[in-house]
Design a protein around this ligand. Sequence first.
Ligand code: FEO
Length: 394
Amino acid sequence: MKPVQIADDIYWVGAIDWNIRDFHGYSTCQGTTYNACLIKDEKITLIDTVKKEFADDLIANISELIDPKKIDYVISNHTEMDHSGGLARVMHRIGEDKPLYCSKMGQKNLSMHFPQKWNYHPVEDGGELNIGRRTLTFLETRMLHWPDSMFTYAKEDKILFSSDAFGQHFAGLERFDDQIGEAIMPHAQKYFANILLLYSSLILKLVDKVENLGLALDMICPDHGIIWRKDPLKIINAYVEWSEQKPKRKALVIYDTMWHSTERMAEEITYALGQEGVDARSTHLRSWHRSDIMTEVLDAGAIVVGSPTLNNGLFPTVSDFLTYMKGLKPKNKIGAAFGSYGWSGEAVKLITRELEEMKFDIIEPGLRIQYVPFGSGVEACRELGKKVAQRLPE
Ligand code: FEO
């Protein structure tokens, strides 16, 4: 991929990772990009780098535009290695003494990833850097999603370089929202649900902060996926909506099964939910990736989890998913548990305990059926579906 001009004297010089399918446990079914940008001003400035394995692509892209040694400043918006892994190679190539701008936490965290004593210039929230015809402003965005995270805003161009925020794991030749249209939104939603959901309250505060600062935005350039230039407000509004986590009349039935009994229960519960006018979806944990299920969790009002009892505990995939979901801290959910068992039957109690810890509004009691559901067992599943439906908003 060659550099792509995104504004006067500003170029995308990042890399496309077509083939990555597992991003620390997130299923990147269409790959991703690592976006880095070069500003050719009086002081030539590089914003972010790429994953270590793609450092050659980055340097090749920069070399199409300038001799990399001519880079004056490097800005690191975020320490995570998909954006800083290439830093060592870049600094070596351009000169180890070149000023490296980052947040204070960025300096601390980069120093714990790289032994090099680089020429760090930690910046304050609201701090500015003049690079010639432009002034860059730094906005600290702590815990969005690492302690070091920050945005860089190019005032004259009205471009926000937003690090991970507003990104999408999507590999393609398209660089801009107007080249792909609505098809990008599911990727943005999945990214939010799996990376940023737990910071929803911080996102709402950040959007307020950006509005209060009155930052004009012609373009939002995240570190992954396409750049928002046609309608940057579209993704901001989507983030507000997703962060508010208003429950919809939608239920997810999430389960695993050993001999199809818990599966049968899932089918009956899902059917009953549908009969009550709920947008009900059934997700088998060995057919759905946990990160795809989390995308569905985002706007669901009810989460109904089923597990057989295996060795007095939960089925391993159910434990895996509950751990993952708990970490992402979804809010405003109704929860219910169900499962088939043979003799001890602890799974429903264990699921209920996990859902309680997530502060879900639990429908008690959960539903346990010994061995195979039929007759009154099937009726009990349908009753549970109805109870969940009654608790959901119209
Ligand atoms: Fe894309 Fe937090 O790294």
